[in-house]
Write a protein that binds this ligand. Structure first.
Ligand code: ADE
Length: 229
């Protein structure tokens, strides 16, 4: 699986070299590249934005550099791509979408900034037969650009790719798995910490009882006991 991020801030993605995803990149279980949008901008100032038609606050990203950068991705790669536009106006990201995207060969993230990318860019590429286009939001709030949203999505997607996580069983047990359960609470040593004991059943060695306790604890969490605002 290949990940490409088109961005004016390639440095934003440095954290991907850390931890499990960094190791997976080293092992070539996946690859990641950034494309600097500014390299596709023309003119003395290599400007990538302009004021909005119709007036209003802020700046809009110009279609020309985006068109040139996405054309370049299509020319340099074979086959189909999933082209993702992170935007607060998109479909809200969840585990099902992460699973579906983890089956792609090539995910390309178009990281907009300012008030967004000229709407004709999405309109233009939506009908390209080599592109499956997705507009995705990471939640109902606004952040400063698509880079942060792209990092979140890459973290969620990359760990589902075979060989990225050491123990694939942990994918089955954790929160938001296929049956929609939230994860049960977990404990490690010491058995008592600041007067708080670990639930006794977990020390019993009775695997059936432990499984039942965990199911019940996960169910209680789902009921909202621990998730009230
Ligand atoms: N860009 C700005 N806010 C965003 C959000 N919530 N999701 C995805 N991209 C964004």
């Amino acid at each position: 699986m290949k990940f490409t991020a088109v961005t004016i801030f390639p440095e934003y993605f440095a954290p991907l070299n850390l931890s499990l995803i960094g190791k997976a990149i080293e092992r070539e279980a996946l690859s990641f590249e950034t494309i600097d949008l500014r390299e596709f901008a023309t003119g003395n100032h290599r400007s990538v934005d302009d004021s909005p038609y119709g007036g209003g606050a802020g700046m809009v990203m110009s279609p020309e550099p985006w068109g040139a950068a996405i054309d370049n991705v299509l020319a340099k790669n074979e086959g189909e791509i999933d082209l993702i536009f992170p935007t607060p106006a998109g479909k809200v990201f969840n585990q099902r979408i992460a699973e579906s995207l983890s089956n792609s060969n090539h995910l390309v993230f178009a990281c907009g900034r300012y008030e967004g990318i000229d709407a004709r860019v999405v309109e233009f590429y939506r009908t390209n037969p080599r592109i499956r286009l997705h507009e995705i939001s990471i939640g109902d709030y606004v952040i400063n650009g698509g880079e942060g949203a792209t990092l979140v999505m890459i973290e969620a997607i990359a760990r589902l790719i075979p060989g990225v996580i050491g123990n694939p069983e942990s994918l089955l047990e954790e929160s938001h798995n296929e049956i929609g359960e939230l994860e049960y609470p977990v404990y490690t040593k010491p058995a008592t910490w600041r007067g708080l004991p670990v639930p006794e059943v977990l020390l019993s060695g009775n695997h059936g009882a432990i499984e039942n306790w965990r199911k019940e604890a996960a169910r209680k969490r789902k009921e909202g006991q621990d998730r009230r605002e």
